[in-house]
Design a protein around this ligand. Structure first.
Ligand SMILES: Nc1ncnc2c1ncn2[C@@H]1O[C@H](COP(=O)(O)OP(=O)(O)O)[C@@H](O)[C@H]1O
Ligand SMILES: [Mg+2]
Length: 254
């Protein structure tokens, strides 16, 4: 494992009942990379995610994260592992009875013994980072769809995780809100050096933010590379996918 490797997945296979849904999947994701896992519905994207999050039993020697075999963590290592992961839940998963500030503060209250004024400072800083500086006292029901996603992002990064997982973060957003969410994720990487693993179907999003694309087709990786290489690919499923995004231009300087 190279020193700047954040995630290494090696020959990961998975079956449900008798059906194999992941077949010898291997890839690496480096520190500070924004990696996008792509593929049609049912191709196995979420199954890979759930393995990396240890929601399923992980076979030994298949997934290394933070330079450790995640199948082989003792109890205290597991706690550290989960503290270092940010997870962005699709629906925001905010509690409606709490203000945005209280929602974002939850993990700090549970996992640290910081005094309330320090927690408030950290929460306000994170909310400003996602352009929600004015939303501290608001309730989730008072936020737009785009604001809810950004609040969920603030919550996901409250413990300063080096690694952020997002399963379809932009689902249901209009193009302008989606572009601003993408910009925030790019900022997090650029400012905080966070590594991001994301599942998305939005071609415009992928072209804006991905450093690396991992393309799954029926449980098999058919393509790994940059968005630029994906656009030039002759692999039929990859070509089909990106032909939906014709007219999009590639960013050059992120
Ligand atoms: N817990 C499960 N039990 C049985 N089959 C599952 C389970 N999770 C996923 N599958 C099946 O595995 C395949 C891959 O699913 P998934 O990883 O959710 O795909 P994607 O996220 O790419 O849409 C699908 O055929 C799905 O029906
Ligand atoms: Mg899925």
């Amino acid at each position: 494992m190279a020193s700047n490797t954040m995630i290494e997945v090696k020959s990961l296979s998975a079956s449900f009942d008798d059906r194999q849904v992941l077949k010898n999947v291997s890839f690496t994701i480096n520190e500070r990379e924004i990696a996008v896992i792509l593929g049609g519905s049912g191709s196995g994207k979420s199954t890979i995610f759930r393995h990396m999050l240890r929601l399923y039993d992980v076979p030994y020697n298949t997934i290394r994260i933070f330079d450790k075999d995640i199948a082989d963590l003792n109890e205290s290592e597991q706690l550290v592992f989960f503290m270092k992961l940010g997870v962005f839940y699709q629906n925001g998963a905010l509690l409606n009875s709490l203000t945005v500030g209280e929602n974002v503060a939850l993990a700090l209250e549970q996992h640290t013994s910081l005094p309330p004024d320090i927690i408030e400072n950290i929460v306000r800083t994170k909310l400003e980072l996602v352009n929600l500086g004015d939303a501290y006292q608001l309730f989730p029901s008072q936020l737009s769809g785009g604001m809810l996603k950004r609040a969920a992002l603030a919550r996901a990064i409250i413990m300063d995780p080096p690694l952020l997982f997002c399963d379809e973060p932009g689902a249901g957003l209009d193009p302008v809100s989606l572009a601003s969410l993408d910009q925030l994720i790019l900022n997090l990487r650029n400012l905080l050096g966070i590594t991001v693993v994301m599942v998305t179907h939005e071609v415009s999003s992928i072209l804006r933010i991905a450093d690396k694309i991992i393309f799954l087709d029926d449980g098999v990786i058919t393509f790994k590379g940059t968005p630029q290489d994906a656009l030039k690919s002759d692999i039929p499923v990859v070509k089909d996918f990106f032909s939906k995004g014709t007219g999009a231009t590639l960013p050059t300087d992120h």
